[in-house]
Design a protein around this ligand. Structure first.
Ligand SMILES: Nc1ncnc2c1ncn2[C@@H]1O[C@H](COP(=O)(O)OP(=O)(O)OP(=O)(O)O)[C@@H](O)[C@H]1O
Ligand SMILES: [Mg+2]
Length: 646
């Protein structure tokens, strides 16, 4: 039976003016189990013919069949499958992958065949043992002699069965003793049923074949038969029977393993590739953490001002010149608003600046007239004493609550202020309570503030009938905006016109957090650009790496890698590099925030899980986007061009 049939094959190299005719109308048929030597002078076209037979190269014209199937009609994947399952290549210069051990090199073709890792390793060991390499399983090619490397490459050719062994000058780089050993192995393979095609210019080697074809200037000039030794019953290794899913799983895990190997083999370059991503991710995560910290701090400050409050102020807005003429805001308004069901507490406010006298000390202080509920409205607590009673508010009682700073300035640490008498303006006041120090952020309060019932302020100190503002605390869980609108409606109908405006503490809160958001957005944009630049860096280095590893790609293709295997491998490699860069970036920002948080006071960076997840997703996306072009370029390489590269 004919295993190879070649009809009228022609091969030209170059184009137009410098086109050269290398193979001229070659017609050869080779029997299954034969041992053919192709001889001829250097440059006669032997290797070119061999590469066409092995589907590494394509003829310019003509047809050929392998195992009865027309190769010209196969697509690239089918040709790759043929290289993988039918051919076993033995090259003059061995073509082992330098970063893989002998065992891994031998096992590699089977991973493109879809055979499980354990079965692969077992078979690789057996093949190497059979070629007397049992002690060299874990050695890298650079640690082996030429003869040993060639035996490893023979074992690799046999890994997937190697029904047709194509050997291009297999002894060309070896000393005579190693050459003889290799020839003996090849003859043994022939005897076992492998079809052997060997290219050589050595007459004594050619003489060991069953048939000798001589090529001269691209023409087959003679075809002689030495003997009739045609075997042919080759023990086939059982084909891998696997579901599509498990095959995909094997391929993916193989690509993953190979990518990890490649990254480890080129540590420095991988690190440099990652640098852009590391910088980008570190800056994004850190900046978002700073933004979060800032927001948290602002929120803390705001919450120390009080819960959600709405303040009602006469006039059309801040800076209204006519505001002082509006005298419609009354204490009764505060009472009415205080009865609404979404209002927690309410306090009218009216303030005055006068000289405050205690014994021999006199200072300018601010007095604020408030309701009994003002502590709750303003989120303040008493350190000592009591709040105003309803009766005291009703009767404009001369009682006062003072803040910490006033206590310190007037009484120092030795005197208990409770029960002491002060004079504000001309009004005597008895101290009944002291407000506790606030535990919020920001500088401590350094204003002299005293609080009295608003009635006391209105009637006894200022002689006014109206109040300045009303502060309303909204119940927790109530929609602040709706509550504010409702307050405005109620008060407008009381006044019969809208002669006031409102300030909602929630909108201040929103404004602060939107400032933080804008800051985060701004700097994230810069960091995003850094990431894109990093991604382009990854693409550059991947492109360089592919140029550098063209030979490796060629070898992988020669032993059966399909385009998608190569694409997958380089894509996974770039994703891994970016993801690893992302991890390093995230870790750096975590370290940085831990460090900064431990030395900085009053501010802490807050790294959110979301930003970490987004950073990692983003870096793998960069890996895919910027890895695709180089990976596709690698996958589209022509096997023989890639293999010819040094
Ligand atoms: N990619 C290519 N582009 C242009 N010319 C090429 C290419 N590959 C081979 N050739 C030419 O084709 C001719 C045959 O080359 P080939 O490698 O087949 O020779 P060979 O018979 O194997 O020689 P040797 O015994 O030295 O290995 C040579 O003249 C070579 O210069
Ligand atoms: Mg050659």
């Amino acid at each position: 039976m004919k295993i190879i049939e070649i009809k009228n094959i022609n091969k030209y190299f170059g184009n137009n003016s410098n086109k050269i005719h290398i193979l001229k109308d070659i017609n050869i048929s080779i029997e299954k189990g034969d041992f053919v030597a192709i001889v001829g002078q250097s440059g006669s076209g032997k290797s070119t013919l061999m590469n066409i037979i092995g589907c590494l190269d394509t003829p310019t014209s003509g047809f050929y069949k392998i195992n009865g199937i027309e190769v010209g009609k196969m697509n690239k994947d089918e040709q790759a499958e043929l290289r993988c399952k039918t051919f076993g290549f033995i090259f003059q210069r061995y073509n082992l992958l330098s970063m893989l051990t002998a065992k891994e090199n031998v096992a590699l073709p089977a991973s493109y065949f879809g055979i499980a890792s354990k079965a692969r390793t077992e078979r690789a060991k057996t093949l190497l043992n059979n070629l007397n390499l049992d002690g060299k399983l874990e050695n890298l090619p650079s640690e082996l002699s030429g003869g040993q490397q060639q035996r490893v490459s023979i074992a690799r050719a046999l890994m997937n069965g190697g029904e047709i062994i194509l050997a291009d000058e297999p002894t060309g780089a070896l000393d005579s003793k190693s050459g003889e050993m290799v020839m003996k192995i090849i003859k043994d393979l022939h005897a076992k049923g492998h079809t052997i095609i060997i290219v050589t210019h050595d007459k004594t080697i050619a003489a060991q074949a069953s048939r000798i074809i001589e090529i001269k200037d691209g023409v087959a000039i003679s075809d002689t038969r030495n003997n009739d030794k045609i075997y042919g019953n080759l023990d086939q290794i059982p084909p891998a029977q696997k579901s599509k899913f498990s095959q995909l799983k094997y391929q993916l895990s193989e690509s993953f393993r190979m990518s990890v190997q490649a990254i480890i083999a080129h540590k420095m370059r991988s690190l440099l590739t990652m640098l852009g991503i590391i910088i980008g991710i570190t800056s994004v995560v850190t900046i978002v953490a700073v933004g979060n910290g800032y927001k948290e701090k602002m929120m803390g400050m705001l919450s120390s001002f009080g819960a959600n409050t709405v303040t009602i102020i006469p006039g059309s807005g801040f800076g209204d010149k006519n505001a002082s003429k509006i005298k419609t805001l009354k204490a009764s308004d505060a009472k009415t608003l205080g009865e609404l069901k979404y209002v927690d507490s309410v306090s009218p406010n009216i303030d005055a600046w006068r000289i405050l006298v205690y014994k021999s000390t006199s200072l300018t202080a601010r007095l604020e007239g408030v309701s009994a509920e003002f502590l709750s409205v303003n989120n303040k607590k008493l350190e000592s004493g009591r709040k105003f009673t309803a009766v005291e508010v009703e009767n404009a009682a001369p009682v006062a609550i003072i803040n910490q700073y006033t206590k310190k300035e007037l009484f120092g640490t030795s005197v208990n202020p409770l029960g002491e008498n002060l004079i504000f303006g001309k009004q005597p006041l008895k101290v009944i309570g002291v407000i506790a120090e606030e535990d919020g952020f920001g500088p401590p309060d350094t204003s002299l503030n005293i609080y009295v019932p608003y009635t006391t302020a209105m009637y006894k100190i200022l002689g006014k009938q109206e109040i300045s503002t009303i502060t309303i605390r909204i119940k927790d869980g109530v929609n602040s905006h709706l509550a504010e609108n409702n307050l405005v409606r109620v008060l407008t109908s009381l006044h019969e016109k809208k002669d006031f405006f409102t300030v909602n503490s929630n909108s201040v809160r929103k404004a602060v957090s939107s400032v933080a958001d804008i800051m985060t957005l701004l700097v994230s944009t810069v960091a995003f650009i850094a990431l894109i630049v990093g991604g382009i860096g990854v693409m550059n280095i991947m492109l360089v790496s592919i140029t550098e590893r063209t030979k490796e790609i060629g070898i992988r293709m020669a032993i059966g890698a399909k385009q998608k295997d190569i694409l997958q491998q380089f894509l996974i490699e770039s994703i891994l590099i970016c993801l690893l860069g992302g991890f390093i970036g995230v870790s750096l920002s975590v370290l940085m925030s831990l460090g900064l948080n431990s030395i900085m006071q009053g501010f802490r960076m807050v790294i959110s899980v979301n930003s970490v997840i987004i950073a990692l997703l983003f870096s793998s996306t960069i890996g895919i986007i910027f890895g695709y072009v180089p990976a596709k370029k690698a996958a589209n390489l022509n096997p023989i061009d890639a293999l010819a590269r040094d």
